[in-house]
Design a protein around this ligand. Structure first.
Ligand SMILES: Nc1nc(O)c(N)c(N[C@@H]2O[C@H](COP(=O)(O)O)[C@@H](O)[C@H]2O)n1
Length: 371
């Protein structure tokens, strides 16, 4: 009995492949997760593979079943997320696996979406062997943005910055091009492509006139561009108002509503003590299907999310450069008075990119399944 609850080496290998398939779709599936599935026959050979391509498309299991055809009978399904039990935009995967005659199901992460969970139970009750939590940590990592969003019921927020070794993002005259090298800058574009929305504050909008689209030959679904423009002063010729992607311009309730070219939208939010409420903004974005937000500037915007306890991850590109105390701080407006008030992060990965170092860190209380 216990042996049936342990994945075989072939199933573990298949799970690695399923994770690989899932991550090819990062940034393309929201509001849905990335999911991969591999079907193995009794001898451990792959008879079908599938991955989820986005809301309204087949779930990974159904795509793998379609690829396997009659070879799915008696097979083992290896899937990165618990098969769903619900009828949403498509039918329940657990039922599809049963109908195809799958004998065993190995999955990595229980589905935290209460509306869709329950597939494992349904399969067990129908006599299918079910092996849960195989390579769960790796699969959690692949789906981290979506899992964090579903567990916290708001988009997962990542703060990305490039800075000097002494925590500066620009010299006092505003010059900042370039602190980090080309590899780090290209990597930051890849990071952007995996998020549903990119967000900048009014200072960055005014000073940098950012475009926030995908460059460096990086393809995919361009993220929604979100700019905080509390006073409604966005310029008509701002680069974010081109047609590369939609832009949401967020103004204060009492501000004039700017006229925008078609394809873009104004959202008015209440203000509190002269600031837009970033918690309300996240609720609004979640309601629109946004599951991940990348904070791209500036220092005060990041501080606001940090102070509100709304930072989930930090991706820091640190250059071997010193600007000293006159440089502009990467974080401005959030300050601990004593060490116990410091925001402590957990280091996840460290990678060298040319002469720079990329640090990926996690913040916030660990929820179920989080490392
Ligand atoms: N097991 C599984 N495989 C997939 O490929 C999936 N996309 C999901 N998604 C789960 O179902 C919900 C979305 O379903 P619909 O788009 O309504 O059909 C999603 O929230 C996950 O819980 N699961």
């Amino acid at each position: 009995m216990t042996a049936a609850l342990t994945a075989t080496p072939a199933e573990q290998e298949a799970m690695r492949r399923a994770i690989e398939l899932a991550v090819t779709q990062l940034g393309r599936t929201s509001p849905n997760p990335v999911v991969g599935c591999v079907l193995l026959d009794a001898g451990g050979a792959t008879v079908g593979e599938g991955f989820h391509r986005g809301a309204g498309h087949m779930h990974a299991e159904v795509e793998a079943l379609a690829a396997a055809g009659v070879r799915a009978r008696g097979a083992t399904a290896v899937v990165t997320l618990e098969p769903c039990a619900h009828t949403g935009r498509t039918g329940p995967c657990a039922e599809a696996l049963l109908a195809a005659g799958v004998a065993r199901v190995v999955y990595a992460v229980p589905d935290p979406n209460p509306g869709a969970a329950g597939g494992a139970q349904l399969l067990r009750e129908a006599g299918v062997e079910v092996v849960p939590e195989v390579l769960r940590e790796e699969a959690e990592r692949a789906n981290e943005l979506w899992l964090t969003a579903i567990r916290r019921e708001r988009p997962c927020v990542t703060w990305k910055f490039g800075g000097t070794l002494d925590g500066r993002s620009a010299a006092p005259d505003g010059t900042s091009r370039w602190i980090t090298g080309p590899q780090a800058r290209e990597d930051a574009h890849r990071l952007r492509a995996t998020h549903d929305a990119v967000l900048v504050g009014s200072g960055t909008l005014r000073e940098d006139d950012p475009h926030l689209g995908l460059r460096h030959g990086i393809t995919g679904r361009p993220p929604l561009r979100v700019v905080l423009d509390r006073r409604g002063g966005i310029r008509e010729d701002a680069r974010v108002l081109d047609d590369a992607a939609p832009t949401l311009v967020v103004v204060g309730e009492s501000a004039p509503r700017p006229e925008l070219p078609s394809g873009h939208e104004v959202l008015a939010l209440p203000e509190r003590e002269g600031r837009l409420d970033v918690g309300l903004l996240l609720d609004e974005l979640y309601g629109r299907g946004v599951r991940s937000v990348l904070l791209e500037g500036g220092a005060r915007l990041a501080a606001e999310f940090a102070a509100a306890g709304l930072l989930d991850r930090v991706v820091a590109y640190v250059a071997p450069v010193l600007l000293g105390a006159t440089g502009r701080a990467v974080l401005d407006g959030f300050g601990a008075h004593t060490l116990t008030e410091a925001l402590r992060l957990r280091l996840d990965t460290v990678d060298r990119l040319g002469d720079d170092v990329r640090l990926v860190l996690r913040a916030g209380a660990g929820g179920e399944g989080e490392r």
